[in-house]
Ligand binder design. Structure first.
Ligand code: C2E
Ligand code: CA
Ligand code: CA
Length: 594
């Protein structure tokens, strides 16, 4: 537009110079073309700025009308000036004469420039410093040159100022580098959102394969940042060369996305290829890095409907893929997103339940097969919601852990246990102590022991009536903290046992390293022992080992007489399970132990 308007400006100047030799309608025509195009530049500039600033937001009809109205008015005025002479005319000597409404078209330009400037200032945080600078420069240059040219009619500087400012805007706003990851040279997150939002807007179907690179943490910790960047670049180059129909984006730290529209079989081949390739190391500077990947696929419009859905879906796809061990490509869909929403909803329920202290504590008695009576019990949290019904702690505890809510929930549970025990004095009813579960997050708190002791003091509960259970994850994740907390608790005579032994790491080192007084064998171990002779042998020897190490051993998930008998035979006398009793509410629990 700017180029064309400049050409017409020159042609018009020439025509006016040779005015006597040229028919007057040509003068009108050239001047009209010049004015119309020149005014279009300002208008387009305004629309363009608006597009950048508001991005995906759609303007309402009336907003579009208001924005375009002045433009059409001025263009119409220019077009009709041949007949009206409102904007300009040529007098009897064929000299150019300003019309009475010339100020209108200057005014509209002025309005558009000021509007663009206003938007820029209002939404300044959506633009970079350079982008804002370009807008300010354009404003000053155009308005300045307008004034200058009006004072000095012989110098045609406005086109020059326009050209200069537009060049600057092009270089800053449309700088391709904005869309590129500096290190990898692939399209970045910004490019991803912009390109995909166009797909969504135009209903262009696409499939997307998300790949989260695993194992880079180790590479960067061991070999340094530069090496790890080099390896990432190799991976990125490999992925980019996969298929020329696919676009590669680096969407987040160590996360790539391949986007395109291909038949399903084709995608399967690509995924298989990449998985094959990931089995071999990537090499940079003679260093081999073994990495692996989590894969997740989704498609628009089948699986996702909006950009937000897309991000949620990919994220959940990765989480799901990780849960499944990485060997499975997760085809993420709305169902998976709904699960994500479920997590969100559960979080809200947890917050509310915490405010209303709606958590309940159930007690599952633990039977001693040597004493032939219930000896202790485990406190287990329960949450019932009107809409969701009963929510398993196995589902909500991890969510509470992610959000730190577990600290408050843990404290609430512990208060309830202390209150119940001192109220009912259940040690007088044969229950020696109650086990309370501690989450990893709780065990990462330096002052955990102080908090716990203070609550017991508050309810005047003797320390010996409480014991705690921690899982091995705690020992691995925050070994120092666990040590100091355990020591402080043991000093007061409070025992800590290791929960879920036989799942996860099952490290003998943690049995030796930490002063556990009891080990709880996970129910899965007992259950597999009933099915496989190998597992049975392992369980038998683990029980013997724990006894030999002078610790108590408790078996969980005892569901049959047969299991109970076998455990007793192997020397494990403490049994917890449905065979004896399910976890019970306070009332039923009291009845049971009676
Ligand atoms: P856990 O500590 O391993 O608790 C034992 C789980 O096994 C309980 O599930 C219990 O109901 C179940 N169970 C016991 N005997 C049997 C049996 O014979 N058969 C079967 N199928 N299951 C049996 P629950 O109550 O759903 O708790 C699940 C997990 O939630 C617990 O596993 C524990 O890790 C966590 N949890 C529960 N309450 C709390 C709490 O207050 N704080 C923390 N941090 N975690 C808790
Ligand atoms: Ca437990
Ligand atoms: Ca357990």
């Amino acid at each position: 537009m700017a180029l064309l308007s400049t050409i017409f400006d020159i042609l018009s100047a020439i025509a006016i110079y040779y005015t006597q030799a040229v028919p007057v309608w040509i003068n009108y025509f050239l001047a009209a073309m010049y004015f119309m195009l020149f005014k279009t530049v300002t208008f387009v500039y305004f629309v363009y700025m608006l597009t950048i600033i508001i991005r995906n937001h759609r303007l309402k009809k009336w907003e579009i009308v208001v924005c375009t109205f002045p433009f059409f008015v001025e263009e119409t005025l220019i077009l009709t000036t041949y007949w009206t002479g409102f904007i300009y005319s040529f007098d009897a000597n064929k000299m150019f004469v300003h019309g009475p409404l010339l100020f209108v078209i200057h005014l509209t330009s002025f309005i558009y420039i000021v509007l663009a400037l206003g938007c820029t200032i209002k939404y300044r945080n959506r633009l970079t410093t350079i982008q804002r600078g370009a807008v300010y420069f354009y404003t000053v240059a155009i308005l300045g040159s307008m004034i200058f040219q009006n004072l000095n009619r012989n110098y045609l500087v406005m086109e020059f100022a326009t050209a200069l400012s537009l060049l600057l805007i092009y270089l800053s706003l449309e700088n391709p580098e904005n869309y590129e990851d500096k290190i990898l040279g692939t399209l970045n997150h910004l490019a991803f959102t912009e390109i995909l939002s166009v797909y969504f807007e135009k209903n262009t179907p696409f499939e997307i394969l998300g790949i989260q690179i695993q194992g880079m943490q180790y590479v960067s910790e061991t070999f340094g940042v530069e090496q790890s960047a080099g390896i990432m670049k190799k991976i990125s180059e490999y992925l980019a060369a996969r298929d020329k129909h696919l676009k590669l984006f680096y969407i987040s730290k160590r996360e790539f996305a391949l986007v395109g529209s291909l038949p399903k079989e084709h995608w399967n081949v690509i995924i298989k290829d990449i998985r094959e390739r990931f089995k071999y190391p990537f090499t940079y500077n003679d260093m081999n890095a073994n990495i692996s990947g989590l894969f997740c696929m989704t498609a628009y419009p089948e699986n996702v409907g909006t950009m937000k859905d897309l991000f949620d879906t990919i994220n959940y796809g990765f989480v799901e893929a990780k849960k499944l061990g990485g060997d499975i490509t997760v085809f993420a869909s709305t169902a998976l997103v709904a699960e994500g929403r479920r997590e969100y909803q559960i979080l809200q329920i947890l917050k509310q339940a915490l405010l209303e202290e709606r958590f309940e504590v159930y007690y599952q008695p633990i039977y001693s097969s040597s004493k032939k009576r219930y000896k202790c019990a485990e406190a287990l949290i329960r949450l019932k919601d009107e809409k969701f019904g009963y929510i398993s702690p196995e589902e909500f505890i991890p969510i509470a852990e992610k959000n730190g809510l577990i600290l408050d929930i843990g404290e609430l549970v512990f208060r309830k246990v202390c209150e119940f025990m001192s109220r009912e004095r259940i040690w007088e009813k044969g229950i020696r102590y109650v086990d309370v579960n501690l989450s990893v997050v709780q065990c990462m708190q330096k002052d955990l022991h102080k908090t716990l002791l203070a609550i017991m003091d508050e309810y005047h509960l003797e320390y010996q009536y409480i014991a705690f259970e921690v899982t091995e994850t705690v020992a691995v994740v925050s070994s120092d903290m666990l040590h100091s907390n355990m020591r402080a608790l043991l000093d007061k005579g409070i025992h800590v046992s290791l929960d879920d032994y036989g799942t996860g790491f099952s490290n003998t080192a943690s049995l030796i390293q930490f002063p556990f007084t009891a080990i709880k064998i996970d129910k899965s171990m007992l259950w597999t022992a009933m099915e496989s002779p190998k597992a049975m042998s392992a369980l038998k020897h683990i029980i013997a080992m724990i006894i030999d190490m002078d610790m108590a051993v408790i078996a969980e998930g005892v569901e049959t007489q047969e299991q109970a008998d076998l455990l007793t035979e192997w020397g494990c006398h403490l049994h917890q399970g449905y065979f004896y009793s399910k976890p019970l509410c306070e009332e039923l629990f009291l009845e049971k132990i009676k």
